[in-house]
Design a protein around this ligand. Structure first.
Ligand code: DX5
Ligand code: ZN
Length: 241
């Protein structure tokens, strides 16, 4: 049975959330991994749904999300990396997920897709590839609950940070502030122990943890999450929080 939310420790460090990336977990022993993460205070899980078209990979599918939904009451954060956003939005909206991000690069009718997500009572976000300018969200800011800044090119774990994305996180924070939109910024890709302080200092609020942090081979999940908290503290100090 999932651990009731009220009995789990709060994972946030002054509103910074950690979202382990499920594609980086031990997919043959997923329930064991999820239980360990829950014990470490995690209450948000990131799912990368890929279609092998928008990105050339397909690590997890709808059935896995559906089955895992019965095993945990963590919030589910769905990152769609697909061409047919409307099909996948409808498919995951019925699986009791809490937030969905669609890529600006593949959403033909972005405003409509975001409004469909919100009509399901689900938080809506736009994901931006490293090369996509922030102007892609300028006219949908009123529809947004969060922004997902890709800090690697999407599709694969274990990549190196695209250096310009650190500046982009900071630019995104300014872009949102200038428009009076104080939305959370999620960062995804090489969110490592080394990069976390810089990302948090730049304005990141939700950290997707993959092979370079939560699932780093050097420690247990609990040890890695402890190390992430330390890295968050460094970033928050620099951010003045
Ligand atoms: C890509 C995935 C990965 C995942 C891997 O779309 O979402 O970025 O988080 O994390 P790292 O980069 O730490 O292996
Ligand atoms: Zn992702």
């Amino acid at each position: 049975m999932p651990t009731p939310e009220s009995q789990r420790p709060n994972i946030t460090d002054k509103k910074i959330s950690i979202a382990p990336s499920v594609m980086c977990a031990d997919l043959c022993n997923l329930e064991t991994d999820i239980r360990e993460l829950e014990k470490s205070g995690i209450n948000l899980l990131h799912f990368d749904l890929m279609d092998a078209h928008f990105v050339p990979n397909m690590p997890i599918g709808l059935a896995l999300i559906e089955q895992l939904r019965q095993k945990t009451d963590c919030a589910f954060d769905i990152h769609l990396m697909v061409e047919n956003n409307d099909f996948f939005v409808e498919a995951v909206a019925n699986l009791c997920v809490q937030q969905i991000a669609v890529h600006a690069e593949s959403a033909t009718h972005l405003d409509r897709t975001l409004s469909v997500i919100q009509a399901h009572g689900i938080k809506a976000g736009v994901a931006l590839n490293p090369a996509t300018p922030l102007s892609a969200i300028a006219y949908v800011i009123d529809r947004l609950d969060f922004v997902l800044i890709m800090t690697v090119n999407p599709g694969f774990a274990g990549q190196k940070l695209v250096p310009s994305t650190l500046q982009k996180i900071s630019d995104c924070r300014s872009f949102l502030n200038e428009r009076g939109a104080h939305l959370p910024i999620e960062v995804d890709g090489n969110v490592s122990f080394e990069n976390i302080p810089k990302m948090v200092a730049a304005g990141a609020d939700i950290l997707v943890g993959g092979t370079s942090s939560v699932f780093h081979k050097s420690g247990s999940h609990a040890e890695n999450i402890q190390q992430i908290h330390q890295a968050i503290s460094l970033g928050l100090t620099e951010r003045g929080m």
